[in-house]
Ligand binder design. Structure first.
Ligand SMILES: NC(=O)c1ccc[n+]([C@@H]2O[C@H](COP(=O)([O-])OP(=O)(O)OC[C@H]3O[C@@H](n4cnc5c(N)ncnc54)[C@H](O)[C@@H]3O)[C@@H](O)[C@H]2O)c1
Length: 312
């Protein structure tokens, strides 16, 4: 039986770290792609030379040519620019949309059966770009954000209560980052709702820290943004799909009526298995939760409308 094949587009911090996790878990052969000549080849070679020490047989290589990515089971898209001084959010939106559109077209042309996992920001808007460029069914276009947002929330809950991160579960909905909607009544420690364990003001503080989680890391690093937790979160989605685990994970998916939303990529809990999105895990929301979810979807819709008005 041949090993699965995963292509990671973008050999930067998130891409290379994701490639490392996948290869070192022996989960799949990995091809790293980047527009910069030598970068994916150099990182691929370096990672391959770690294999004898780590003890895995996955093949890992780097390339600038999509022909080498042909037949991939999963394509992870991390290529993009970070916001630079003087660049507006809209400039970044247009630039990254161009990059995501181009890499998705090239990757899907040689891997028509792949499942796409989009990581590039602004996440929910880039999922739309990828979906339109790929022409794949919605089951095979997923965005990574909720796993990361809930990992951050779980970390802060565990620290606050002095318990293992393993026993904390967090439930988040909505767009990525500051429009995320954490649901404390569905977030639990060993099955006990967070709302029974902490006063509302402490929960609110943890929620705010989670929503600003990306910015907190950027402020410390000064150059670049978070990548260890984003790569670990992307790996968890790849693992759930390739091993057909039916994990219930929060992912950005194109809603088609679920949660009262039509034709929009937003983060919701889904069942992830070998087919990609296998089921949207729909839950009842209270009036306040629905209002927060609708605020979040409105901000995703605003970006998508801006994209639609931009020249391609
Ligand atoms: N969804 C999330 O939760 C999440 C979390 C962290 C980072 N991100 C996003 O992921 C992206 C990558 O972050 P990073 O820290 O790895 O950035 P990075 O700058 O380290 O890497 C980006 C890579 O993309 C490459 N690239 C640019 N244009 C390309 C093209 N046309 N084809 C192929 N490669 C191209 C660059 O050369 C670079 O190596 C950013 O958009 C970032 O905002 C998202």
């Amino acid at each position: 039986m041949s090993r699965n094949k995963v292509t990671v587009v973008g050999a930067g911090n998130v891409g290379a770290t994701t490639a490392q996790r996948i290869a070192e878990a022996g989960l799949a052969d990995v091809v790293l792609v980047d527009i910069v000549e030598g970068l994916p080849q150099g990182k691929g070679l370096d990672l391959a030379e770690a294999a004898p020490v780590v003890g895995h047989d996955a093949r890992i290589s780097g390339t600038n040519d999509y022909a080498d990515t042909a037949g991939s089971d999963i394509v992870v898209v991390t290529s993009g620019l970070a916001r630079q001084p003087g660049m507006s959010r809209d400039d970044l939106l247009a630039k990254n949309a161009g990059i995501v559109r181009s890499v998705v077209k090239q990757a899907v042309a040689v891997s028509p059966d792949c499942i796409l996992i989009v990581v590039t920001n602004p996440l929910d808007a880039m999922c739309h770009v990828a979906y339109d460029a790929a022409g794949l069914p919605r089951e095979r276009v997923l965005g990574m954000a909720g796993v990361l947002d809930s990992a951050r929330f779980r970390t802060f809950i565990a620290w606050e209560l002095g318990v293992s991160v393993e026993d904390t579960h967090a439930f988040v909905l909505g767009g990525h980052g500051d429009t995320m909607v954490p649901l404390p009544r569905y977030s639990t420690v060993a099955g006990v709702p967070l709302t029974d364990l902490l006063p509302a003001d402490r929960i609110q503080a943890l929620v705010e820290r989670t929503a600003n989680g990306g910015a907190e890391v950027v402020a410390l690093l000064k150059t670049g943004s978070a990548y260890y937790a984003p790569a670990a979160s992307t790996f968890e989605m790849v693992d759930a799909i390739l091993r057909d685990r039916k994990r219930v994970l929060p992912c950005a998916v194109r809603l088609e009526g679920e949660f009262g939303t039509e034709g929009l990529f937003v983060g919701v809990p889904v069942v992830l298995g070998r087919a990609g999105l296998e089921r949207v895990f729909e839950i009842e929301l209270t009036a306040a939760e629905r209002e927060a979810f609708e605020r979040s979807t409105a901000s995703v819709r605003e970006l998508v409308d801006k994209l639609a008005a931009m020249p391609v």
